[in-house]
Design a protein. Structure first.
Length: 389
């Protein structure tokens, strides 16, 4: 009940006459007769039996009869309004740059092949036909199909799903922003990212990054680990490095594991939180869906701000033979990790065979950037209905 309630109770009788309103309230064996010379806002919706509080000569508040029985959740009106402003400003940015917004499926043949990700699966039933489908971990494959079909500047705000992820920065369902430029390298994607963060900071009336910096992965290993990382650095060399600099790698099995644990422990935590930091040129086993540079590095970048990884960008791999080989290697890794098997998307490879134009593309965590802009620490604070551990 509001602290400033002058009277409260269940409506026993309502009388309306012109602009005037009379209420008779019953509460704890007491009767209150309230007269409003002008009916309060929304009072036309009141009916006998409603529980209300009268808080002034012009305001009556409808109370939930079983307020104490509501779920333990809170509605933050200001945060919700900020989220709406943020999404609107985000879309305005891309439309102003000549991008077209697409909508790709949320039931897909292939959710993505990343070995580290757990997926959600379901069964499509149409008559006697049954097909196993997945919720996408990313809209990437379908957006690349669109590029092959003739699209050139596209973006999507797509709901994505990754099983088993509930932390301060992860929810099983989240919003991903992906955009692609056909006939473009990562240079333009990087410029887009800098301008987007600046645009959103201005729209939200908050401070943006103090400056923009860029480092190669090799430079960061040299500075923070005293190690000359090369494209052909082996798993054994990374294991030896980890032991030397005191990184716990007992859980590591693959070369990716050793790289990730060293990077997380000794490098990521040292990136300046007030700068927008681009980390570029990854080892080839970390190339994912990116091309390799002429000197053997994965041609991709990740961007960090406020201690969070915001996005992951690729100079897109468009060689169907190499792509199929990498995808099959991913599926083998998934099998070795005893993760749910997934299918490859034959239509995607058909598009690659027909010709995917050279392109730059990026995936950005929409909630992550919102958190960085407003200084929020927990993604659950953005949700009225978050999944809990």
């Amino acid at each position: 009940m509001p602290e400033n309630a002058q009277a409260a109770g269940r409506i026993y009788q309502i009388e309306r006459e012109g602009d005037a309103l009379k209420l008779v309230l019953h509460r704890d064996s007491e009767t209150h007769k309230i007269h409003f010379e002008k009916a309060p806002k929304h009072s036309e919706f009141l009916i006998e039996g409603d529980i209300v509080a009268v808080v002034s000569a012009s305001e009556v508040v409808l109370l939930a009869p079983q307020k104490q029985s509501l779920p333990n959740r809170s509605y933050n009106k200001e945060l919700t309004q900020n989220w709406g402003t943020y999404l609107q400003s985000l879309r305005e940015f891309f439309v102003s740059k000549g991008f077209v917004e697409l909508k790709t499926p949320s039931l897909v043949v292939c959710p993505g092949t990343e070995p580290s990700l757990d997926v959600f699966s379901t069964n499509l039933k149409i008559g006697s036909r049954q097909q196993k489908l997945f919720l996408p971990t990313s809209p990437e494959l379908h957006l690349k199909k669109a590029l092959a079909l003739g699209a050139e500047k596209i973006f999507e705000l797509a709901p994505c799903f990754r099983n088993g992820e509930v932390t301060e920065r992860h929810q099983p369902e989240f919003l991903m922003l992906e955009w692609y430029r056909a006939y473009a390298s990562l240079k333009l994607i990087k410029e887009d990212t800098v301008k987007l963060v600046s645009h959103l900071a201005q729209a939200m009336k908050v401070a943006g990054p103090v400056k923009v910096t860029s480092y190669s992965v090799a430079e960061l290993f040299k500075v923070h680990c005293g190690f000359e990382l090369k494209p052909d650095t082996s798993k054994e060399e990374l294991k030896t490095l980890a032991e030397k600099i005191g990184v716990d790698v007992r859980s590591a099995e693959s070369i990716d594991d050793y790289f990730f644990l060293i990077f997380m422990d000794k490098i990521e935590s040292q990136l300046p939180a007030d700068e927008l930091v681009f980390v570029e040129k990854y080892p080839p086993y970390q190339a994912a869906l990116a091309r390799l540079t002429s000197d053997g590095w994965g041609d991709r970048f990740e961007a960090y701000w406020k201690g969070m990884e915001l996005c992951n960008a690729f100079h897109e791999l468009n060689d169907p033979t190499v792509q199929r080989l990498r995808s099959q290697e991913d599926l083998q890794k998934k099998s070795e990790m005893h993760k749910e098997p997934v299918s490859l998307d034959d239509e995607f490879f058909q598009c690659l065979e027909a010709g995917l134009p050279p392109s730059g593309g990026i995936a950005l965590g929409v909630e992550r950037l919102f958190m960085a802009l407003l200084g929020l620490q927990n993604i659950s604070d953005l949700r009225l209905f978050p999944q809990q551990n």
